[in-house]
Design a protein around this ligand. Structure first.
Ligand code: ZN
Length: 176
């Protein structure tokens, strides 16, 4: 039997002609080296087959994207929660400050109302007093001076009263 490239035939078993395949089969039954080569070839091929099983299956990319989307949604929800939380805290602080300011304002408004009440009361009292003096003054005058002078005097008194009220009003507003 002439020397054949059996080692090459072992590695390219699919491309052999029927005669070559038969010759290889006969050689393998006697040659230990070529039997070892066949076993090594089988081992390498099965290794590739196993690797193919390990490689990602068709749904892998989809599942990976779904997981990515889920983690993105989670991150988004977390951001929204943080924004809402910070807003709530800020709103709480503003509301607290506003409430304190409002209470303070109401308290000062209470004082202000009391002041206005007393101011008004004193003013009415003053007007009544002036009216009383005024009528007494006119009664006295009407018996002494002519009606023309009486009118002039009353006008003067009314004018002075108006001036007095204006100055009182101004002083009151300067104090506030
Ligand atoms: Zn051989």
């Amino acid at each position: 039997m002439k020397q054949q490239p059996f080692d090459e035939w072992v590695l390219a078993a699919e491309d052999l002609t029927p005669e070559q395949a038969k010759a290889l089969q006969e050689h393998l039954s006697t040659c230990k080296n070529c039997q070892a080569l066949v076993e090594a070839d089988c081992a390498v091929r099965s290794l590739f087959t196993d690797a193919a099983v390990i490689s990602p299956d068709p749904g892998f990319v989809q599942r990976w994207e779904e997981r990515l989307n889920r983690s993105r949604q989670k991150a988004h929800r977390r951001q929204v929660s943080i924004v809402l939380g910070v807003s709530a805290v800020a709103a709480g602080i503003i509301l607290s400050v506003f409430s304190v300011k409002l209470l303070w304002l109401l308290a000062s408004l209470d004082d202000l109302l009391i002041d206005i009440f007393w101011e008004g009361f004193r003013m009415i009292e003053a007007v009544a007093l002036i009216g009383h003096f005024g009528t007494t003054f006119i009664d006295v005058l009407s018996g002494v001076v002519s009606p023309l002078w009486g009118v002039a005097l009353i006008s003067l008194i009314v004018g002075l009263c108006v001036l007095w009220f204006i100055s009182l009003y101004r002083i009151g507003h300067q104090n506030v």
